[in-house]
Design a protein around this ligand. Structure first.
Ligand SMILES: *[C@@H]1O[C@H](CO)[C@@H](O)[C@H](O)[C@H]1NC(C)=O
Ligand SMILES: *[C@@H]1O[C@H](CO)[C@@H](O)[C@H](O)[C@H]1NC(C)=O
Ligand SMILES: *[C@@H]1O[C@H](CO)[C@@H](O)[C@H](O)[C@H]1NC(C)=O
Ligand SMILES: *[C@@H]1O[C@H](CO)[C@@H](O)[C@H](O)[C@H]1NC(C)=O
Ligand SMILES: *[C@@H]1O[C@H](CO)[C@@H](O)[C@H](O)[C@H]1NC(C)=O
Ligand SMILES: *[C@@H]1O[C@H](CO)[C@@H](O)[C@H](O)[C@H]1NC(C)=O
Ligand SMILES: *[C@@H]1O[C@H](CO)[C@@H](O)[C@H](O)[C@H]1NC(C)=O
Ligand SMILES: *[C@@H]1O[C@H](CO)[C@@H](O)[C@H](O)[C@H]1NC(C)=O
Length: 497
Protein backbone atom coordinates (compact mmCIF):
# COMPACT_ATOMS: atom_id res chain seq x y z
CA UNK A 1 0.00 0.00 0.00
CA UNK A 2 1.33 3.40 -0.88
CA UNK A 3 1.25 5.80 2.02
CA UNK A 4 1.23 9.45 1.28
CA UNK A 5 0.23 12.31 3.47
CA UNK A 6 -0.37 15.27 1.29
CA UNK A 7 0.76 17.91 3.66
CA UNK A 8 2.78 16.32 6.42
CA UNK A 9 5.35 14.29 4.49
CA UNK A 10 7.92 16.98 4.11
CA UNK A 11 7.67 17.95 7.71
CA UNK A 12 8.07 14.72 9.58
CA UNK A 13 10.91 13.07 7.71
CA UNK A 14 13.93 15.07 8.63
CA UNK A 15 12.79 16.26 11.99
CA UNK A 16 16.10 15.82 13.79
CA UNK A 17 18.17 17.98 11.53
CA UNK A 18 18.53 21.71 11.71
CA UNK A 19 18.59 22.42 8.01
CA UNK A 20 16.14 20.54 5.87
CA UNK A 21 16.72 20.11 2.23
CA UNK A 22 13.42 21.31 0.78
CA UNK A 23 13.90 19.31 -2.43
CA UNK A 24 15.41 15.95 -1.60
CA UNK A 25 12.39 13.96 -0.55
CA UNK A 26 10.25 14.85 -3.56
CA UNK A 27 13.09 14.03 -5.96
CA UNK A 28 13.65 10.68 -4.30
CA UNK A 29 9.96 9.81 -4.43
CA UNK A 30 9.88 10.60 -8.15
CA UNK A 31 12.37 7.74 -8.64
CA UNK A 32 10.68 5.13 -6.50
CA UNK A 33 10.20 1.52 -7.52
CA UNK A 34 6.86 0.84 -9.24
CA UNK A 35 4.42 -1.11 -7.12
CA UNK A 36 2.28 -4.08 -8.10
CA UNK A 37 0.23 -3.98 -4.92
CA UNK A 38 0.55 -5.06 -1.32
CA UNK A 39 1.87 -8.51 -0.49
CA UNK A 40 2.42 -10.63 2.57
CA UNK A 41 5.52 -12.29 3.93
CA UNK A 42 4.26 -15.63 2.70
CA UNK A 43 3.68 -14.22 -0.80
CA UNK A 44 7.33 -13.21 -0.83
CA UNK A 45 8.65 -16.40 0.78
CA UNK A 46 9.56 -18.14 -2.50
CA UNK A 47 11.51 -15.12 -3.76
CA UNK A 48 15.26 -15.73 -3.56
CA UNK A 49 18.03 -13.16 -3.73
CA UNK A 50 20.90 -14.16 -6.04
CA UNK A 51 23.98 -12.56 -7.57
CA UNK A 52 25.50 -12.77 -11.02
CA UNK A 53 28.99 -11.73 -11.97
CA UNK A 54 28.90 -9.19 -14.82
CA UNK A 55 31.63 -7.51 -16.83
CA UNK A 56 32.21 -3.90 -15.88
CA UNK A 57 32.67 -2.95 -19.52
CA UNK A 58 30.92 -5.20 -22.00
CA UNK A 59 32.43 -3.33 -24.93
CA UNK A 60 36.09 -3.55 -23.95
CA UNK A 61 37.56 -6.99 -24.51
CA UNK A 62 40.68 -6.06 -22.61
CA UNK A 63 38.89 -5.00 -19.47
CA UNK A 64 38.31 -8.08 -17.32
CA UNK A 65 36.90 -6.27 -14.31
CA UNK A 66 33.65 -7.65 -12.99
CA UNK A 67 31.01 -6.68 -10.45
CA UNK A 68 28.12 -8.44 -8.74
CA UNK A 69 24.64 -7.82 -10.05
CA UNK A 70 21.81 -8.60 -7.70
CA UNK A 71 18.65 -10.28 -8.90
CA UNK A 72 15.55 -11.93 -7.50
CA UNK A 73 14.02 -15.22 -8.57
CA UNK A 74 10.72 -16.94 -7.90
CA UNK A 75 10.53 -20.46 -9.30
CA UNK A 76 7.55 -21.61 -7.26
CA UNK A 77 5.28 -22.01 -10.29
CA UNK A 78 7.87 -23.13 -12.78
CA UNK A 79 7.65 -26.29 -14.84
CA UNK A 80 10.63 -27.31 -17.02
CA UNK A 81 10.81 -25.21 -20.20
CA UNK A 82 8.02 -22.95 -18.94
CA UNK A 83 8.44 -19.31 -19.93
CA UNK A 84 10.89 -16.92 -18.28
CA UNK A 85 9.31 -13.65 -17.09
CA UNK A 86 11.87 -10.97 -16.37
CA UNK A 87 10.79 -7.77 -14.70
CA UNK A 88 13.57 -5.38 -15.64
CA UNK A 89 14.79 -3.14 -12.83
CA UNK A 90 15.23 0.57 -13.46
CA UNK A 91 16.60 3.46 -11.41
CA UNK A 92 15.66 1.99 -8.04
CA UNK A 93 16.40 -0.70 -5.46
CA UNK A 94 14.59 -3.92 -6.27
CA UNK A 95 12.30 -5.53 -3.67
CA UNK A 96 10.32 -8.80 -3.81
CA UNK A 97 6.92 -7.18 -4.48
CA UNK A 98 6.87 -7.46 -8.25
CA UNK A 99 7.64 -11.20 -8.02
CA UNK A 100 5.17 -11.81 -5.20
CA UNK A 101 2.01 -10.25 -6.54
CA UNK A 102 0.69 -8.36 -9.55
CA UNK A 103 0.11 -9.06 -13.20
CA UNK A 104 3.61 -10.35 -14.03
CA UNK A 105 3.40 -12.77 -11.11
CA UNK A 106 -0.09 -13.88 -12.18
CA UNK A 107 1.09 -14.60 -15.71
CA UNK A 108 3.87 -16.81 -14.37
CA UNK A 109 1.31 -18.68 -12.28
CA UNK A 110 -0.96 -19.11 -15.28
CA UNK A 111 1.77 -20.34 -17.62
CA UNK A 112 4.02 -22.27 -15.21
CA UNK A 113 6.74 -19.68 -15.69
CA UNK A 114 9.79 -18.69 -13.71
CA UNK A 115 10.09 -15.08 -12.49
CA UNK A 116 13.22 -12.94 -12.38
CA UNK A 117 13.78 -9.33 -11.37
CA UNK A 118 17.10 -7.78 -12.35
CA UNK A 119 18.70 -4.84 -10.56
CA UNK A 120 20.13 -2.11 -12.81
CA UNK A 121 23.85 -1.40 -12.48
CA UNK A 122 24.63 1.47 -10.08
CA UNK A 123 21.28 1.18 -8.26
CA UNK A 124 20.25 -0.63 -5.09
CA UNK A 125 22.99 -3.07 -4.15
CA UNK A 126 24.21 -3.61 -7.70
CA UNK A 127 27.12 -1.28 -7.35
CA UNK A 128 30.13 -1.90 -9.61
CA UNK A 129 32.34 0.07 -7.22
CA UNK A 130 30.79 -1.23 -4.06
CA UNK A 131 33.93 -1.31 -2.00
CA UNK A 132 34.89 2.25 -2.83
CA UNK A 133 33.78 4.88 -0.34
CA UNK A 134 33.01 7.15 -3.27
CA UNK A 135 31.23 4.56 -5.38
CA UNK A 136 29.37 7.30 -7.29
CA UNK A 137 32.36 9.51 -8.10
CA UNK A 138 32.52 10.80 -11.65
CA UNK A 139 35.36 8.41 -12.45
CA UNK A 140 33.37 5.48 -11.08
CA UNK A 141 30.23 6.45 -13.00
CA UNK A 142 32.04 5.99 -16.31
CA UNK A 143 30.42 2.62 -16.86
CA UNK A 144 26.87 3.75 -16.19
CA UNK A 145 24.93 4.02 -19.41
CA UNK A 146 21.98 2.45 -21.17
CA UNK A 147 24.03 0.27 -23.48
CA UNK A 148 26.03 -1.33 -20.66
CA UNK A 149 22.77 -1.97 -18.78
CA UNK A 150 21.17 -3.63 -21.81
CA UNK A 151 24.30 -5.74 -22.26
CA UNK A 152 23.99 -6.79 -18.59
CA UNK A 153 20.46 -7.90 -19.35
CA UNK A 154 21.58 -9.82 -22.46
CA UNK A 155 24.26 -11.66 -20.44
CA UNK A 156 21.69 -12.34 -17.75
CA UNK A 157 19.30 -13.99 -20.20
CA UNK A 158 22.08 -16.03 -21.85
CA UNK A 159 23.34 -17.11 -18.45
CA UNK A 160 19.95 -18.29 -17.19
CA UNK A 161 19.21 -20.20 -20.37
CA UNK A 162 22.57 -21.93 -20.48
CA UNK A 163 22.90 -22.75 -16.79
CA UNK A 164 19.65 -24.56 -16.21
CA UNK A 165 18.55 -27.43 -18.39
CA UNK A 166 14.98 -26.51 -17.44
CA UNK A 167 15.26 -23.14 -19.16
CA UNK A 168 17.12 -24.01 -22.35
CA UNK A 169 14.05 -23.83 -24.55
CA UNK A 170 12.07 -21.34 -22.50
CA UNK A 171 10.49 -18.32 -24.14
CA UNK A 172 11.64 -15.01 -22.67
CA UNK A 173 9.11 -12.33 -21.76
CA UNK A 174 10.37 -8.91 -20.64
CA UNK A 175 8.31 -6.50 -18.58
CA UNK A 176 9.29 -3.02 -17.47
CA UNK A 177 7.80 0.21 -16.24
CA UNK A 178 8.91 3.82 -16.72
CA UNK A 179 12.61 3.90 -17.73
CA UNK A 180 12.76 0.13 -17.41
CA UNK A 181 9.81 0.00 -19.83
CA UNK A 182 11.96 1.99 -22.26
CA UNK A 183 14.75 -0.52 -21.64
CA UNK A 184 12.42 -3.35 -22.55
CA UNK A 185 11.55 -1.66 -25.84
CA UNK A 186 15.19 -0.91 -26.65
CA UNK A 187 16.23 -4.42 -25.63
CA UNK A 188 13.75 -5.87 -28.11
CA UNK A 189 15.43 -3.82 -30.78
CA UNK A 190 19.06 -4.53 -29.87
CA UNK A 191 18.79 -8.19 -28.91
CA UNK A 192 15.73 -9.55 -30.78
CA UNK A 193 17.14 -13.08 -30.66
CA UNK A 194 16.93 -13.09 -26.85
CA UNK A 195 13.41 -11.76 -26.40
CA UNK A 196 10.17 -13.47 -27.34
CA UNK A 197 7.74 -10.70 -26.41
CA UNK A 198 7.57 -7.72 -24.07
CA UNK A 199 5.30 -5.33 -22.29
CA UNK A 200 6.44 -1.76 -21.66
CA UNK A 201 4.38 0.23 -19.19
CA UNK A 202 4.65 4.05 -19.21
CA UNK A 203 7.82 4.01 -21.31
CA UNK A 204 9.30 7.24 -22.67
CA UNK A 205 11.05 6.54 -25.99
CA UNK A 206 12.17 9.92 -27.25
CA UNK A 207 15.26 11.41 -25.66
CA UNK A 208 15.19 15.21 -25.50
CA UNK A 209 16.68 17.86 -23.26
CA UNK A 210 13.79 20.29 -23.12
CA UNK A 211 10.90 18.14 -21.89
CA UNK A 212 8.51 21.08 -21.49
CA UNK A 213 5.55 18.82 -22.25
CA UNK A 214 5.93 17.17 -18.85
CA UNK A 215 4.74 20.10 -16.73
CA UNK A 216 2.08 20.95 -19.29
CA UNK A 217 0.72 17.42 -18.91
CA UNK A 218 0.85 17.85 -15.14
CA UNK A 219 -1.44 20.86 -15.57
CA UNK A 220 -3.67 19.03 -18.04
CA UNK A 221 -4.06 16.07 -15.72
CA UNK A 222 -5.07 18.28 -12.81
CA UNK A 223 -7.53 20.10 -15.08
CA UNK A 224 -8.89 16.81 -16.36
CA UNK A 225 -9.22 15.21 -12.93
CA UNK A 226 -10.61 18.14 -10.98
CA UNK A 227 -11.45 20.97 -13.29
CA UNK A 228 -10.47 24.37 -14.46
CA UNK A 229 -10.95 25.93 -10.99
CA UNK A 230 -7.94 24.17 -9.62
CA UNK A 231 -5.57 24.77 -12.54
CA UNK A 232 -6.67 28.41 -12.73
CA UNK A 233 -5.94 28.77 -9.06
CA UNK A 234 -2.53 27.17 -9.38
CA UNK A 235 -1.67 29.24 -12.42
CA UNK A 236 -2.69 32.49 -10.71
CA UNK A 237 -0.94 31.40 -7.55
CA UNK A 238 2.33 30.71 -9.37
CA UNK A 239 2.13 34.00 -11.27
CA UNK A 240 1.61 35.73 -7.95
CA UNK A 241 4.82 34.13 -6.61
CA UNK A 242 6.68 35.38 -9.69
CA UNK A 243 5.36 38.86 -9.03
CA UNK A 244 6.50 38.67 -5.40
CA UNK A 245 10.01 37.80 -6.59
CA UNK A 246 9.97 40.52 -9.25
CA UNK A 247 8.94 43.19 -6.77
CA UNK A 248 11.23 42.06 -3.94
CA UNK A 249 8.27 41.07 -1.80
CA UNK A 250 8.90 37.37 -1.44
CA UNK A 251 10.71 37.57 1.90
CA UNK A 252 7.58 37.55 4.05
CA UNK A 253 6.38 34.35 2.47
CA UNK A 254 9.86 32.82 2.69
CA UNK A 255 9.84 33.56 6.37
CA UNK A 256 6.54 31.77 6.78
CA UNK A 257 8.00 28.80 4.91
CA UNK A 258 10.88 28.74 7.42
CA UNK A 259 13.32 29.34 4.58
CA UNK A 260 16.95 29.49 5.64
CA UNK A 261 18.54 32.93 5.69
CA UNK A 262 21.02 31.79 3.06
CA UNK A 263 18.32 31.82 0.39
CA UNK A 264 18.99 34.77 -1.91
CA UNK A 265 15.82 35.85 -3.64
CA UNK A 266 17.80 38.07 -6.02
CA UNK A 267 19.92 35.15 -7.14
CA UNK A 268 18.53 33.66 -10.31
CA UNK A 269 19.61 30.10 -9.54
CA UNK A 270 18.04 30.18 -6.09
CA UNK A 271 14.86 31.54 -7.60
CA UNK A 272 14.69 28.94 -10.38
CA UNK A 273 15.39 26.16 -7.89
CA UNK A 274 12.49 27.39 -5.76
CA UNK A 275 10.08 27.17 -8.69
CA UNK A 276 11.53 23.88 -9.89
CA UNK A 277 11.18 22.42 -6.41
CA UNK A 278 7.59 23.51 -5.93
CA UNK A 279 6.71 22.34 -9.43
CA UNK A 280 8.22 18.95 -8.62
CA UNK A 281 5.79 18.58 -5.75
CA UNK A 282 2.78 18.94 -8.05
CA UNK A 283 4.50 16.71 -10.59
CA UNK A 284 4.95 14.03 -7.95
CA UNK A 285 1.28 14.09 -7.01
CA UNK A 286 0.20 13.75 -10.66
CA UNK A 287 2.82 11.15 -11.59
CA UNK A 288 2.74 8.88 -8.57
CA UNK A 289 -0.22 9.79 -6.38
CA UNK A 290 -2.89 10.82 -8.86
CA UNK A 291 -5.63 9.55 -6.56
CA UNK A 292 -4.75 12.51 -4.34
CA UNK A 293 -5.35 15.16 -7.02
CA UNK A 294 -8.92 15.79 -5.80
CA UNK A 295 -7.72 16.13 -2.19
CA UNK A 296 -4.96 18.48 -3.28
CA UNK A 297 -7.41 20.63 -5.24
CA UNK A 298 -10.01 20.60 -2.49
CA UNK A 299 -7.36 21.83 -0.10
CA UNK A 300 -6.29 24.55 -2.51
CA UNK A 301 -9.89 25.60 -3.08
CA UNK A 302 -10.67 25.76 0.62
CA UNK A 303 -7.62 27.52 2.06
CA UNK A 304 -8.52 31.02 0.96
CA UNK A 305 -10.94 32.78 -1.34
CA UNK A 306 -8.15 34.35 -3.37
CA UNK A 307 -6.05 32.24 -5.73
CA UNK A 308 -2.89 34.07 -4.71
CA UNK A 309 -3.26 33.56 -0.98
CA UNK A 310 -4.57 30.02 -1.35
CA UNK A 311 -1.27 28.89 -2.91
CA UNK A 312 0.70 30.77 -0.24
CA UNK A 313 -1.26 29.02 2.50
CA UNK A 314 -0.81 25.70 0.74
CA UNK A 315 2.96 26.11 0.60
CA UNK A 316 3.01 27.12 4.26
CA UNK A 317 1.27 23.88 5.11
CA UNK A 318 3.64 21.94 2.91
CA UNK A 319 6.91 23.35 4.16
CA UNK A 320 6.54 24.84 7.59
CA UNK A 321 6.17 22.64 10.62
CA UNK A 322 3.27 22.82 13.02
CA UNK A 323 5.49 22.09 15.94
CA UNK A 324 6.41 25.50 17.26
CA UNK A 325 9.30 24.17 19.35
CA UNK A 326 10.95 22.68 16.32
CA UNK A 327 10.44 25.76 14.18
CA UNK A 328 12.85 27.76 16.29
CA UNK A 329 15.62 25.34 15.54
CA UNK A 330 15.38 24.60 11.91
CA UNK A 331 14.99 26.07 8.48
CA UNK A 332 14.13 24.83 5.02
CA UNK A 333 16.93 25.14 2.52
CA UNK A 334 15.40 26.25 -0.79
CA UNK A 335 18.69 27.36 -2.33
CA UNK A 336 20.30 26.15 -5.55
CA UNK A 337 22.96 24.70 -3.29
CA UNK A 338 20.31 22.45 -1.74
CA UNK A 339 19.22 21.25 -5.17
CA UNK A 340 22.82 20.59 -6.14
CA UNK A 341 23.42 18.75 -2.90
CA UNK A 342 20.77 16.15 -3.76
CA UNK A 343 22.85 15.04 -6.75
CA UNK A 344 26.30 15.50 -5.29
CA UNK A 345 26.72 12.73 -2.75
CA UNK A 346 29.50 10.55 -4.21
CA UNK A 347 28.98 7.89 -1.53
CA UNK A 348 25.23 7.64 -2.11
CA UNK A 349 24.29 3.96 -2.01
CA UNK A 350 20.63 4.08 -1.42
CA UNK A 351 18.61 6.63 -3.36
CA UNK A 352 19.73 6.50 -6.98
CA UNK A 353 19.22 10.24 -7.45
CA UNK A 354 22.84 10.93 -8.41
CA UNK A 355 23.12 7.92 -10.72
CA UNK A 356 19.86 8.80 -12.43
CA UNK A 357 20.85 12.44 -12.85
CA UNK A 358 24.08 11.25 -14.46
CA UNK A 359 22.09 9.21 -16.96
CA UNK A 360 19.85 12.13 -17.82
CA UNK A 361 22.85 14.47 -18.20
CA UNK A 362 24.42 12.07 -20.71
CA UNK A 363 21.79 10.22 -22.70
CA UNK A 364 18.20 11.27 -22.05
CA UNK A 365 17.82 14.88 -20.95
CA UNK A 366 14.17 14.83 -19.88
CA UNK A 367 14.37 18.15 -18.08
CA UNK A 368 11.03 19.38 -16.87
CA UNK A 369 11.29 23.00 -17.94
CA UNK A 370 8.50 25.57 -17.78
CA UNK A 371 9.75 28.41 -19.98
CA UNK A 372 8.74 26.89 -23.31
CA UNK A 373 5.03 27.30 -23.67
CA UNK A 374 3.47 25.72 -26.66
CA UNK A 375 -0.23 25.96 -26.13
CA UNK A 376 -2.16 24.62 -29.03
CA UNK A 377 -5.68 26.02 -29.26
CA UNK A 378 -7.15 22.63 -28.44
CA UNK A 379 -8.33 21.72 -24.96
CA UNK A 380 -4.90 21.88 -23.34
CA UNK A 381 -4.91 23.87 -20.13
CA UNK A 382 -1.34 24.94 -20.81
CA UNK A 383 -0.27 25.68 -17.31
CA UNK A 384 3.18 27.15 -17.00
CA UNK A 385 3.80 26.95 -13.23
CA UNK A 386 5.29 30.43 -13.31
CA UNK A 387 7.45 29.94 -16.43
CA UNK A 388 10.67 30.20 -14.46
CA UNK A 389 12.57 26.99 -15.22
CA UNK A 390 14.68 27.05 -18.40
CA UNK A 391 16.74 24.27 -19.90
CA UNK A 392 20.05 26.04 -19.11
CA UNK A 393 19.32 25.66 -15.40
CA UNK A 394 19.48 21.87 -15.77
CA UNK A 395 22.55 22.17 -17.98
CA UNK A 396 24.21 24.14 -15.23
CA UNK A 397 23.10 21.59 -12.62
CA UNK A 398 24.74 18.86 -14.75
CA UNK A 399 27.94 20.86 -15.01
CA UNK A 400 28.04 21.83 -11.35
CA UNK A 401 27.33 18.23 -10.34
CA UNK A 402 29.66 16.37 -12.71
CA UNK A 403 32.24 18.93 -13.71
CA UNK A 404 33.11 21.03 -16.76
CA UNK A 405 33.14 18.04 -19.11
CA UNK A 406 29.40 17.69 -18.66
CA UNK A 407 28.45 20.08 -21.44
CA UNK A 408 25.17 20.68 -23.28
CA UNK A 409 26.99 19.59 -26.43
CA UNK A 410 27.86 16.24 -24.86
CA UNK A 411 24.22 15.73 -23.93
CA UNK A 412 23.04 16.81 -27.37
CA UNK A 413 25.30 14.19 -28.88
CA UNK A 414 24.06 11.50 -26.49
CA UNK A 415 20.47 12.37 -27.31
CA UNK A 416 21.08 12.41 -31.05
CA UNK A 417 22.69 8.97 -30.84
CA UNK A 418 19.81 7.61 -28.76
CA UNK A 419 17.16 8.79 -31.16
CA UNK A 420 19.11 7.82 -34.28
CA UNK A 421 19.56 4.33 -32.91
CA UNK A 422 16.10 3.72 -31.52
CA UNK A 423 13.89 5.99 -33.58
CA UNK A 424 12.43 8.03 -30.73
CA UNK A 425 8.70 7.78 -30.35
CA UNK A 426 8.25 7.17 -34.04
CA UNK A 427 8.85 3.62 -32.95
CA UNK A 428 8.31 1.36 -35.96
CA UNK A 429 6.31 -1.61 -34.75
CA UNK A 430 5.77 -3.17 -38.14
CA UNK A 431 8.42 -5.86 -38.20
CA UNK A 432 10.85 -6.52 -35.39
CA UNK A 433 8.79 -4.82 -32.72
CA UNK A 434 5.53 -6.54 -33.33
CA UNK A 435 6.13 -8.54 -30.15
CA UNK A 436 6.03 -5.42 -28.03
CA UNK A 437 2.99 -3.99 -26.22
CA UNK A 438 2.86 -0.44 -24.82
CA UNK A 439 0.54 0.87 -22.12
CA UNK A 440 0.22 4.43 -20.82
CA UNK A 441 -1.85 6.15 -18.18
CA UNK A 442 -3.87 9.04 -19.52
CA UNK A 443 -2.78 11.28 -16.64
CA UNK A 444 0.91 10.32 -16.86
CA UNK A 445 3.10 13.26 -17.90
CA UNK A 446 5.67 10.81 -19.35
CA UNK A 447 3.10 9.73 -21.92
CA UNK A 448 4.09 12.70 -24.07
CA UNK A 449 7.31 10.88 -25.03
CA UNK A 450 5.83 7.43 -25.45
CA UNK A 451 4.54 5.37 -28.33
CA UNK A 452 0.78 5.79 -28.12
CA UNK A 453 -0.49 4.84 -31.54
CA UNK A 454 -1.39 1.62 -33.29
CA UNK A 455 -2.82 -1.71 -32.27
CA UNK A 456 -0.16 -2.42 -29.71
CA UNK A 457 -0.46 0.71 -27.62
CA UNK A 458 -3.20 1.60 -25.16
CA UNK A 459 -3.92 4.70 -23.11
CA UNK A 460 -5.77 3.91 -19.89
CA UNK A 461 -8.21 6.65 -18.92
CA UNK A 462 -8.02 8.10 -15.42
CA UNK A 463 -4.71 6.50 -14.43
CA UNK A 464 -1.16 7.81 -14.25
CA UNK A 465 2.41 6.45 -14.29
CA UNK A 466 2.97 2.64 -14.05
CA UNK A 467 -0.39 2.11 -12.38
CA UNK A 468 -1.16 -1.04 -14.37
CA UNK A 469 1.26 -3.50 -12.77
CA UNK A 470 -1.07 -4.90 -10.12
CA UNK A 471 -3.34 -7.92 -10.54
CA UNK A 472 -6.74 -7.66 -12.15
CA UNK A 473 -8.92 -6.06 -9.50
CA UNK A 474 -12.62 -5.22 -9.44
CA UNK A 475 -11.85 -1.89 -7.78
CA UNK A 476 -10.06 -0.73 -10.94
CA UNK A 477 -11.91 0.64 -13.94
CA UNK A 478 -13.41 -1.70 -16.49
CA UNK A 479 -10.97 -0.39 -19.09
CA UNK A 480 -7.99 -1.01 -16.82
CA UNK A 481 -9.03 -4.61 -16.33
CA UNK A 482 -9.74 -5.12 -20.01
CA UNK A 483 -6.29 -3.77 -20.87
CA UNK A 484 -4.75 -6.21 -18.40
CA UNK A 485 -6.59 -9.11 -19.99
CA UNK A 486 -5.35 -7.90 -23.36
CA UNK A 487 -1.74 -7.77 -22.14
CA UNK A 488 -2.09 -11.28 -20.73
CA UNK A 489 -3.56 -12.63 -23.92
CA UNK A 490 -0.94 -10.84 -26.05
CA UNK A 491 1.93 -12.34 -24.07
CA UNK A 492 0.22 -15.73 -23.75
CA UNK A 493 -0.03 -15.95 -27.52
CA UNK A 494 3.73 -15.54 -27.78
CA UNK A 495 4.42 -18.00 -25.00
CA UNK A 496 2.27 -20.66 -26.65
CA UNK A 497 3.46 -20.34 -30.22
C1 LIG B 1 41.88 -10.78 -19.32
O1 LIG B 1 41.51 -10.74 -20.68
C2 LIG B 1 42.55 -11.14 -21.55
C3 LIG B 1 42.09 -10.87 -22.97
O2 LIG B 1 40.80 -11.37 -23.17
C4 LIG B 1 42.90 -12.59 -21.29
O3 LIG B 1 43.90 -12.99 -22.15
C5 LIG B 1 43.35 -12.73 -19.85
O4 LIG B 1 43.59 -14.09 -19.54
C6 LIG B 1 42.31 -12.16 -18.91
N1 LIG B 1 42.84 -12.14 -17.56
C7 LIG B 1 42.17 -12.59 -16.53
C8 LIG B 1 42.83 -12.42 -15.19
O5 LIG B 1 41.08 -13.14 -16.63
C1 LIG C 1 28.08 -3.77 -1.04
O1 LIG C 1 28.32 -3.08 0.13
C2 LIG C 1 27.30 -3.17 1.10
C3 LIG C 1 27.65 -2.28 2.26
O2 LIG C 1 29.02 -2.28 2.49
C4 LIG C 1 27.13 -4.62 1.51
O3 LIG C 1 26.06 -4.72 2.42
C5 LIG C 1 26.80 -5.44 0.28
O4 LIG C 1 26.71 -6.78 0.61
C6 LIG C 1 27.87 -5.24 -0.77
N1 LIG C 1 27.49 -5.92 -1.95
C7 LIG C 1 28.36 -6.60 -2.67
C8 LIG C 1 27.86 -7.23 -3.90
O5 LIG C 1 29.53 -6.72 -2.35
C1 LIG D 1 14.34 -28.83 -13.25
O1 LIG D 1 13.02 -29.11 -12.87
C2 LIG D 1 12.88 -30.28 -12.10
C3 LIG D 1 11.42 -30.53 -11.89
O2 LIG D 1 10.72 -29.37 -11.50
C4 LIG D 1 13.62 -30.08 -10.79
O3 LIG D 1 13.52 -31.23 -10.00
C5 LIG D 1 15.07 -29.78 -11.08
O4 LIG D 1 15.73 -29.44 -9.89
C6 LIG D 1 15.20 -28.62 -12.05
N1 LIG D 1 16.58 -28.49 -12.46
C7 LIG D 1 17.20 -27.33 -12.47
C8 LIG D 1 18.60 -27.36 -12.97
O5 LIG D 1 16.66 -26.29 -12.12
C1 LIG E 1 -15.69 25.91 -9.86
O1 LIG E 1 -16.10 27.27 -9.95
C2 LIG E 1 -17.45 27.44 -10.28
C3 LIG E 1 -17.73 28.93 -10.46
O2 LIG E 1 -16.69 29.71 -10.02
C4 LIG E 1 -18.31 26.84 -9.19
O3 LIG E 1 -19.67 26.97 -9.54
C5 LIG E 1 -17.97 25.37 -9.07
O4 LIG E 1 -18.69 24.80 -8.01
C6 LIG E 1 -16.49 25.20 -8.82
N1 LIG E 1 -16.16 23.80 -8.84
C7 LIG E 1 -15.48 23.24 -7.90
C8 LIG E 1 -15.22 21.79 -8.06
O5 LIG E 1 -15.06 23.85 -6.94
C1 LIG F 1 22.32 37.77 -3.97
O1 LIG F 1 22.40 37.54 -5.35
C2 LIG F 1 22.71 38.69 -6.09
C3 LIG F 1 22.61 38.32 -7.56
O2 LIG F 1 23.36 37.19 -7.85
C4 LIG F 1 24.10 39.19 -5.70
O3 LIG F 1 24.41 40.35 -6.42
C5 LIG F 1 24.12 39.44 -4.20
O4 LIG F 1 25.43 39.77 -3.81
C6 LIG F 1 23.65 38.24 -3.44
N1 LIG F 1 23.51 38.58 -2.04
C7 LIG F 1 24.10 37.88 -1.09
C8 LIG F 1 23.86 38.32 0.30
O5 LIG F 1 24.81 36.92 -1.33
C1 LIG G 1 4.04 23.34 -30.87
O1 LIG G 1 2.88 22.58 -31.18
C2 LIG G 1 2.66 22.42 -32.55
C3 LIG G 1 1.31 21.71 -32.74
O2 LIG G 1 0.91 21.04 -31.60
C4 LIG G 1 3.81 21.65 -33.17
O3 LIG G 1 3.62 21.48 -34.55
C5 LIG G 1 5.11 22.40 -32.91
O4 LIG G 1 6.21 21.67 -33.39
C6 LIG G 1 5.29 22.67 -31.42
N1 LIG G 1 6.45 23.52 -31.20
C7 LIG G 1 7.43 23.19 -30.37
C8 LIG G 1 8.51 24.20 -30.16
O5 LIG G 1 7.45 22.13 -29.81
C1 LIG H 1 -9.78 22.19 -18.71
O1 LIG H 1 -10.76 21.18 -18.77
C2 LIG H 1 -12.00 21.60 -19.28
C3 LIG H 1 -12.93 20.44 -19.25
O2 LIG H 1 -13.16 20.07 -17.91
C4 LIG H 1 -11.86 22.14 -20.69
O3 LIG H 1 -13.08 22.62 -21.15
C5 LIG H 1 -10.83 23.24 -20.69
O4 LIG H 1 -10.60 23.69 -22.00
C6 LIG H 1 -9.53 22.76 -20.10
N1 LIG H 1 -8.56 23.80 -20.16
C7 LIG H 1 -8.54 24.87 -19.43
C8 LIG H 1 -7.59 25.95 -19.80
O5 LIG H 1 -9.25 25.00 -18.47
C1 LIG I 1 8.72 0.20 -40.74
O1 LIG I 1 9.68 -0.78 -41.09
C2 LIG I 1 9.34 -1.53 -42.23
C3 LIG I 1 10.39 -2.59 -42.41
O2 LIG I 1 11.67 -2.12 -42.13
C4 LIG I 1 9.23 -0.60 -43.43
O3 LIG I 1 8.84 -1.35 -44.58
C5 LIG I 1 8.17 0.46 -43.14
O4 LIG I 1 8.12 1.38 -44.20
C6 LIG I 1 8.50 1.18 -41.86
N1 LIG I 1 7.40 2.10 -41.52
C7 LIG I 1 7.62 3.34 -41.15
C8 LIG I 1 6.41 4.14 -40.84
O5 LIG I 1 8.73 3.82 -41.04
Amino acid sequence: MKCFYLVTILVSTFAEQFTFNAYRYTLELLLQEPSSGSYSKSDAAPVQELWLSQKLDHFDELNNKTWQMRYLRNDKYHKPQGPIYIFVGGEWTITPGLLSTGLTHDMAVENAGILFYTEHRYYGQSLPHNSSHNSMSLENLKHLNLHQALADLACFIRYQKSHSANLTHSKVILIGGSYSGSMVAWMTQLYPELVTASWASSAPLLAKANFYEYMQFVGNSINLTYGHNCTQRLENGFNHLVKLFNTNKISKLLERLDACASFNASDLLDRISFFNGIGNYFALVVQSYSEYIPALCNTLMSLHSSDELALERFLERLYSGDDKRLREFRCQDFSYKAMLEVFSDVSDRSTGTRAWFYQTCNQFGWYTTTTTTNCSTSASSCMSFGSQVPVWYFEQLCRDTFGPGQTPAALAMGIAEMNAQFGGFEFNQSVVYRELFFTHGELDPWRALGHQLGNQAVIIAGYSHVEDLASVNVRDSVQMNLVKLRIMSFLRRHVAS
